[in-house]
Write a protein that binds this ligand. Sequence first.
Ligand SMILES: [Zn+2]
Length: 83
Amino acid sequence: MSLKKAKTICKLQGISFNLEVVILCPYCGNKSMRLIIRENTAECYRCNKKQSIDDILEITKSDWSEKHKKYEKLMRFNRGVDY
Ligand SMILES: [Zn+2]
């Protein structure tokens, strides 16, 4: 279903369109964090963390680069090792 169709349904039914996306919670690691785009809020229903989407974006970015660094180190460490 396209987003446009969903918006049209909401419009016809007279309810406000509220797009919600479920992502991995950076705090508890469960796929239980909802991004409430209209309110610029992220809310986890498992650990009850509530933050702005901007904060979650920053946390996710730094988590990603942490992970990336780890793999980079691993690759460097394994260089020249026979399998
Ligand atoms: Zn959580």
